[in-house]
Design a protein around this ligand. Structure first.
Ligand code: AKB
Length: 312
């Protein structure tokens, strides 16, 4: 039986992925780890404190639980990264290299590491951005993700590490709050709407960005990791897409349920980051190679999020 280690299990993606992987492979076969203390639902003997920069701690956990696969989700995102670029570089790079090294040294079967649309920059074609194109990211987060993609391919080519990766668009979930991204407005807006408040957006009303509902992101991640090795043609990171919308469009979608909901716009430093990223992504390689298909469009996602937030 495979034994999975999730690094960054308390984060927005990590908490939901841990839950789904435990449903698939059994609670005791998915070890959650994070530098932060776990919430109630993760706090048991299958949780480990882990600073991914501490390779010895990582090695000990792998040995203790006989780990065969790692999902390393620990990262500093775009907006926070700009406030502390050196630390963002350190965590994002050294965390990945530690993971790749232990995979090589301990012959682990598979590694998952997320990349992002942040690998693209202002020189990238904005619409339907191809898999292979001009990149030139200008945030430290984007630079670290692009360098990370090159390391992933390197470890695959040189050492045969079975590393798989997706370039996530902005991920939108309602179960936990994201931390420090540029696309996070599209999560905060639902929390404001459900509590009857208006929303002040830090991006302009017509800023298109590629986005994805968390349910689709989890499905993509699990599908990629379950795919046959021979079907994975890209060992840097796959373009991945679902929906693209502007702050005005998401607000109009919310208004279908809450007609009185109002959005105002006060762009800050995150506008420049958003302006450097694509409007939409061509993910045909993911669709061809391992059958990727998204399920949620904007209105379906809005309905689902508002329904679930109301129930809470
Ligand atoms: C961010 O906004 O930094 C992230 C991302 C697009 O990777 N959500």
């Amino acid at each position: 039986m495979k034994k999975i280690l999730i690094i960054g299990a308390c984060g927005q993606l990590g908490s939901e992925l841990t839950f789904e992987l435990r449903k698939l492979f059994g609670h005791e076969n998915v070890i959650a780890s994070d530098i932060n203390a776990p919430k109630m639902d993760l706090a048991d003997e299958y949780f480990e404190h882990l600073d991914v920069l501490n390779k010895e701690e990582l090695n000990n956990i792998i040995d203790k639980h006989n780990i065969s696969e790692i999902y390393n989700l620990a990262a500093i995102l775009s907006a926070i990264g700009e406030k502390n670029p050196k630390f963002a570089w350190k965590l994002n790079m050294e965390g990945l290299i530690n993971t790749l090294d232990v995979a090589k040294e301990k012959n682990l079967t598979k590694i998952y590491w997320p990349s992002s649309i942040a690998v693209f920059g202002p020189d990238t074609p904005r619409k339907n951005t191809p898999q292979d194109t001009i990149m030139n990211p200008n945030t430290v987060y984007g630079i670290s993700k692009l360098a990370g993609e090159r390391w992933c391919e390197y470890y695959f080519q040189k050492y045969g590490v079975d590393i798989r990766s997706l370039r996530y668009p902005g991920l939108i979930g309602y179960k936990s709050l994201p931390g420090g991204g540029t696309t996070d407005y599209a999560v905060d807006i639902y929390y404001k709407a459900i509590s009857g408040k208006n929303f002040e957006c830090f991006l302009n009303k017509d800023t298109y960005l590629p986005m994805m509902y968390m349910a689709d992101a989890i499905k993509a991640t699990i599908d990629l990791m379950q795919a046959d090795k021979e079907d994975i043609q890209i060992r840097s990171s796959y373009n991945l897409a679902a929906i693209s919308f502007t702050p005005e469009e998401i607000s109009n979608s919310i208004k279908k349920t809450f007609p009185d909901f109002e959005i105002t716009y006060k762009p800050d430093f995150r506008q420049a980051i958003a302006d450097s990223w694509p409007d939409s992504i061509d993910d045909s390689k993911a669709r061809e190679d391992w059958g990727w298909n998204h399920e949620y469009d904007l209105d379906r996602m809005t309905e689902d999020i508002l329904l679930n937030l109301k129930r809470r």
